[in-house]
Structures are given as structure tokens and as C-alpha cells.
Write a protein that binds this ligand. Sequence first.
Ligand code: PLP
Ligand code: SF4
Length: 321
Amino acid sequence: MTPVDLWRQIQRENFTKWGDLCAFLKLDPIQQEWIKKKSSFPLNLPRRLAEKIKKGTLEDPIFKQFVPTIQEDEKKEGFSCNPVGDEEVQRGKYLQKYEGRVLLLVTSGCAMHCRYCFRQHFPYQTLSGFEEELGLIREDTSLKEVILSGGDPLSLRNEVLATLMRQIEEIPHIKRVRFHTRFPIGIPERIDEGFLAILASTSLQVWFVIHANLAQELDEEVLFSLKQVQKLAIPVISHTVLLRGVNDSVSLLQELFEKMVDHGIQPYYLFQLDRVEGAAHFETSEEEGHLLMEALRKRLSGYAIPRYAKEVAGLPSKLIL
Ligand SMILES: *Cc1c(COP(=O)(O)O)cnc(C)c1O
Ligand code: SF4
């Protein structure tokens, strides 16, 4: 029997039962009435993030991002289960919308469940292996980049990732692999020696895209784990989602993007919320987004400013707002 990886042991300790979490957060019975107890996209929260939540209150930006509440049951016009038109263009785990880049949905697993996730209702393919998808990539010589997404690609064990990377390396027209991951924010131990060895030994140029919404998500251990990736000359860049009641303030976004650039992480995209069913309470208006961007431009170095963008089904690229 092979020993279980440390990060997987830590992941097994995630909060998945609302009762345990309410006790940990010292929520009183009235506050507990706000918790949505059953969801098809269930509670899944690493301890390290739960420890950052203020006790005895619902007014906490980490709480809002990860804890299901009855606000998710509000139906709102324009919010759907397929908000960015992924299902129309998906072939197995292969999803191509833009020229030169293909996105592989390598897993449905994540370190945590973000309540605003645009793929929270996604009908993931559960068959294992990527033979069919790799075949499609081999055939299409216009592709230059493979994006590993999901779910979170770092949910896969190192052995699986290593095999996948080797298979991609064998395709001559593919030059780059991009990871889209939020895993290190919840479980930085995931950036272990085995994973770093995969990154260090690949002949492909790797780009590492993290997803972080608040400066407090980037604590010392998280930043240390990302530094190990950066030391391999791999650019670490970021996605942030603009969320009402979480990070829709100039000072919070300034703090986040400054912390990123202080640690060599380039803010890449600030996304307008995808209109996924259950997440309407997170939406800010685009007007507010523009005002925030304008204020940020006055306060931050040019390279600390992400592109404010949204995904619109049917367009040939993300739409820059
Ligand atoms: C966002 C996205 C990409 C990557 O877009 P970039 O603008 O290159 O970051 C690629 N494929 C799909 C399906 C996407 O949703
Ligand atoms: S980590 Fe990403 S894919 Fe997973 S739930 Fe959060 S937003 Fe969705």
C-alpha cells in the first residue's frame, strides 16, 4: 500500500457537514437558520480557510464565499445552470472556445466549493482517462496551448498529472500548458515535491494561474508554496472574481493586487460574475466594476491592474469591459 499524500490527508479533514462547521464558527440557532443544509453543490471547506472566518457572525467575506446559505434559493431572471454556454461546445472533457487554446476539464474535484462557481451545475464526464481528448488535440495543429481546468487540476494525484503532462509533451504543436487552480489557497501543501518535480522536468512552458479574491487568502504559507513554483521560472498570474459583499471595495482590491505584485504574482483577470443559478446575491453592476477599476488605476502600478472582463457565450475571446 502506498502512503496517502499529506495534502490528501489534509483534504479529508475539510468541513463537509454544516453542523460541524456551525459549531466551529460558534453560530447561534438564529444564524444557523441562514445555512442551506442540503445542496447538490455541497459544503466543502478546508480547515485553513475556515480558521480565517470570524466567529459568531455571518458577515465575513470568507464565510460568504464558501458557506451555502438560503440566499442560494433565490431565483433571478437571467441566472441559469449553463451561464457561459460551455455545454454547447463541450466534447467529452474537451472544451474549445478560443483559437489556439483548448481547455481540458480534467476532474470535477476541487479543494473547496466556491458558492459563486460558474461550473457548479456542470454535467461533468466521469469516465477516467483522456485518450479521446488527447486524440482531438493531436489532430488539431492550430492548437498551441492546453489549459488544465476542471474542477481543479491539482485535485489529480501527481502520478496522473505526470502521465498527462508526458502525453501532452509528445504532441509537437503544443508549446504551453496552463494550470487554472485555486487549490493552493485552501491547501498549500498540495505544492509538494512530487508536483514541483513534474513542473521542473517538463519541456513545455508552464503558466500557473491561481484564483484568489482577498488578500487574506494569500497567507505566508500559501505565498511560500507559490514561490516554489515561481523559482522554476514559471509565471504565476491570477484570476479574481468581483463579488458583492466580499471584495467589491477599492481598498480590498488594492490590498489584494498589491500583495500579489509584492510576491511576483501578476493580476491577470478581474471577472464580472458569471450569471449562474444560486449566485445572484454576489452580483455587482458593471458600472460599479468600472468605478472600482478607475480608482485602482489611480492607486496602483500599471502591472498591478488586471483586465476587467467577462465571458459571453459565442464570442471569440473573453470580453474586456
Ligand atoms: C477563459 C477561457 C480560456 C482562456 O482564455 P484567455 O483569455 O486566454 O485566458 C480558454 N478556453 C476557455 C473555454 C475559457 O473559458
Ligand atoms: S475552485 Fe474553481 S472550479 Fe472549484 S468550486 Fe471554486 S471556482 Fe469552482
